[in-house]
Design a protein around this ligand. Structure first.
Ligand code: ATP
Length: 306
């Protein structure tokens, strides 16, 4: 009977992981020997990443046939640009990330990376060039060093330490009694949300991809940790193309461009200042959020260090 339930268990785990955020699914499926939903085109070449650009061209997508989530979405991200996606809950922000990583194929339109339709290249090569920092990283019950090294097979100790430094978690690790050999995860040291996200950033740095997808934590981090992580991400974003999924507006103010998604459509796009001037959905969301912060401050709920 356990034989029967194990695959179901696994499926449940995959489903939860995909829902929770985006872990490196290519690795995950490899680990579990489970076939993926999308297949490589026969004889597909590897992605040749000449310019790390992203284009969504009239993309239509729904998880179920009778409920479309993205209704012909079009936008482009230039090489080296730092773009944030904002929008009400359920607007389709995380769906964009899942499509870009090719967990699913769109039902209409196309997605180009470096000018190539991502359906025409191998998934492996696509995922090699795109790093994901998920909201909630999965840690293995192993050492913290192993958890970082998971970003790239065969990484050397010096490279792991450099990645930890880049993710601003090296000092923390060096202060642990076991250093990089410290056991973490369920049976070891429990890391905070912010620390876990730093491990994910270090993994991504080790992988050194040209494009980074950053799915910001929704609520796990206090304001100060969030700001620290953002500072780290800004440094990591230098010389790379980054697409951030922002659940809070406070984190997007200095993005090169903000895409405002509303019910699967691009409602507005521009810098923070542009969008405030425009006086549309973003300006409305900004005003509402400012009010919420004030209310929290009145109730004394705001983090005192913010
Ligand atoms: P949030 O800010 O709350 O994370 P979001 O903008 O990232 O929201 P998505 O996660 O992209 O929104 O979800 C868009 C829509 O797709 C939602 O209505 C959601 O219920 C639906 N959806 C998301 N994942 C799945 C799935 N695996 N199967 C079916 N429907 C899904």
């Amino acid at each position: 009977l356990t034989q029967l339930f194990r695959p179901l268990d696994m499926l449940g785990m995959v489903y939860r992981t995909v829902r929770q955020g985006l872990i490196d699914m290519a690795e995950m499926f490899k680990l579990m020997d489970t076939p993926v939903e999308v297949a490589d085109a026969p004889g597909a070449p590897a992605l040749d990443m000449r310019r790390p650009t992203i284009v969504f061209d009239k993309v239509r997508f729904g998880y179920d046939k009778d409920r479309e989530i993205l209704h012909g979405l079009t936008f482009a991200v230039e090489a080296g640009e730092r773009v944030a996606i904002v929008g009400p809950s359920g607007a389709g922000k995380s769906t964009i990330a899942r499509l870009l990583f090719r967990f699913y194929d769109p039902q209409g339109g196309r997605i180009l990376v470096s000018g190539k339709d991502i359906r025409s290249v191998t998934q492996d090569s696509l995922r090699r060039h795109i790093g994901i920092v998920p909201q909630d990283s999965v840690l293995f019950n192993d050492t913290i060093g192993y958890n970082i090294a998971y970003g790239r097979e065969g990484a050397l100790r010096g490279e792991i330490e450099a990645a930890a430094k880049g993710a601003a978690i090296a000092d923390f690790i060096e202060r642990l009694p076991g250093g990089y050999e410290t056991q973490v995860g369920e049976r070891g040291l429990k890391l905070s949300g912010g620390e876990k996200q730093r491990v994910a950033i270090a993994r991504t740095l080790l992988k050194n991809p040209e494009i980074i997808l950053f799915d910001e934590a929704t609520s796990a981090l206090d304001t100060r940790t969030e700001q620290d992580i953002l500072t780290t991400m800004r440094a990591v974003a230098r010389n790379r193309t980054t697409l951030s999924i922002a659940h809070r507006l406070s984190t997007v103010v200095d993005a090169d461009r903000i895409l405002v998604l509303d019910q699967g459509r691009l409602a507005e796009s521009g810098s923070h200042a542009d969008l405030l001037r425009h006086g549309g959905l973003y300006a409305e969301m900004w005003a509402r959020q400012a009010n919420e912060v004030e209310d929290e401050a009145d109730r004394g709920e705001l983090d005192p260090v913010a």
